[in-house]
Design a protein around this ligand. Structure first.
Ligand SMILES: [Zn+2]
Length: 437
């Protein structure tokens, strides 16, 4: 769509109606009912990594690997490729008497998995207490390990008690907020932007949204889009990090020297800190996606603030950098949560282009959605654990090149200079005062 037509399209009849309504409605109507508390819903199935939303096709099954003879602690080993490398993710469930051997069991499972499938570049291990295991979105693992094939000797030394920077252990560490860490991650995926407020707040939000889209850039702490005259679009991935998809996605981005913004779930960053450090080392940007991936309008305000501040604290501890951007899970927000984000120095980032990769629409459909919706000044919404996104990422890049649109981080969209390091490994400063790593 030409730029002028696009600008006109932003002034939709619905928004014009809202403008008129602002002057004519004397008394506010009751606030929109809030959604039910998300953590009361059923847990996802153990091992399931793709939340299933209404209208969503189930992801094709991920191939599994079996060890012969089997290890009784291994619940499941899945593996996936990105066209260049293969990565496996293994889940181990331990009985209380086995927890003291967690390192050795994890290292054994890593070595045996890499032996069983020589094409694997890496295996990532997640070790859980068998009692209470609830899958990836359930209670956190007690130990995680990233084992690239080239690091197997280091993993063996770590199993014998040595240091290893690509492992994390909950044993002996203090949760950042005891009593608030057992909430279950919500299944919600970002699809629509949903504002919850009274009529005046809704009108004010609509004005801000329209102004932001027309002018581009941050308006009142909110970002709905960039400058449509600049051939740059932000590439954003929600719900990171994941122990199988993250190394695959980071590998793809590294190969094409693309920088992106990852909206990270705090609890998962805590359990897989090395992937967050990998992101920063590759020049990517790390944003706040709440600690438990919950719909904030359903929470009391203090709990919503805690969701944001805990995540900021966790990410700053891992990256040594302040967190600048926040995206609300499900796209759901209220005036209060926006205020909380502002108070924490966060700009709330929405999106303009959503190919709905989590719906598993099929590679061809996903490609054509991306092609149709990509435009200068856009913010592309993808998820870090969608199989089809991995499959068609090369095609995405080809479309972007064909249209002359450079994909970059949110800061890059706003005219900032993205980090200049790609593929190089440099030390980031790590704040040891933050527990959990
Ligand atoms: Zn999300």
């Amino acid at each position: 769509m030409p730029t002028a037509a696009r600008l006109l399209a932003l002034f939709s009849p619905a928004l014009l109606c809202l403008n008129l309504a602002q002057a004519q409605i004397p008394t506010p109507i009751p606030p929109t009912p809030l959604p039910a508390a998300p953590h009361t819903r059923a847990l996802r199935l153990p091992g399931e990594t793709q939340p299933i939303a209404p209208g969503t096709r189930r992801a094709p099954p991920v191939p599994e690997l079996t060890l012969t003879p089997p290890m009784p602690q291994v619940r499941q080993i899945q593996y996936l490729g990105n066209g260049h490398i293969e990565v496996a993710s293994a889940v181990l469930l331990l009985l209380p008497g086995e927890v003291a051997q967690a390192r050795k069991l994890a290292a054994t499972a890593a070595a045996r998995t890499l032996l069983a499938r020589p094409s694997l570049a890496e295996v990532d291990i997640s070790v859980y207490n068998k009692a209470g295991y609830g899958g990836f979105g359930g209670p956190l693992p007690i130990l995680t390990l990233s084992a690239p094939r080239a690091r197997l000797q280091d993993v063996a030394a770590w199993a014998a008690g040595g240091p290893y920077e690509r492992a994390w252990e909950a044993l002996g560490s203090t949760p950042p907020n005891p009593g608030n860490t057992d909430r279950i991650a919500d299944k919600v995926r970002e699809r629509t932007i949903n504002f919850f407020g009274d009529v005046n707040q809704t009108l004010s939000d609509a004005h801000t949204r329209t102004a932001s889209r027309v002018k581009g850039g941050i308006q009142d702490g909110l970002l709905y889009g960039g400058n449509v005259l600049r051939p740059v679009a932000a590439l954003t991935f929600d719900d990171a990090p994941h122990p199988m998809y993250e190394p695959l996605l980071l590998d793809l981005l590294r190969r094409d020297q693309i920088r992106a913004t990852f909206f990270v779930i705090g609890r998962n960053a805590r359990a897989y800190p090395y992937f967050v450090r990998d992101m920063v080392q590759q020049g990517h940007e790390v944003g706040n996606h709440t600690y438990h991936h919950v719909r904030l309008p359903a929470l009391p305000l203090p709990a919503a603030i805690t969701e944001l501040s805990l995540t900021n604290q966790t990410l700053r501890g891992l990256t040594g950098q302040p967190v600048k951007y926040f995206r609300p899970p499900g796209g759901d927000y209220t005036p209060q949560t926006l205020d909380a984000a502002r108070a924490l120095g966060l700009t709330t980032v929405f999106w303009t282009d959503d190919p709905a990769d989590f719906q598993n629409p099929g590679d061809g459909v996903l490609e054509s959605r991306f092609d149709r919706r990509l435009h200068p000044g856009g913010i592309i919404l993808l998820h870090d654990n969608a199989q089809e996104t991995l499959a068609v990422f090369g095609a995405f890049l080809a479309y972007a090149r064909k249209r002359g649109v450079t994909l970059t981080t949110v800061s890059g969209l706003l005219g900032g200079k993205p980090a200049d390091v790609i593929g190089a490994f440099h030390q980031v400063s790590v704040d040891k005062s933050v527990p959990g790593h």
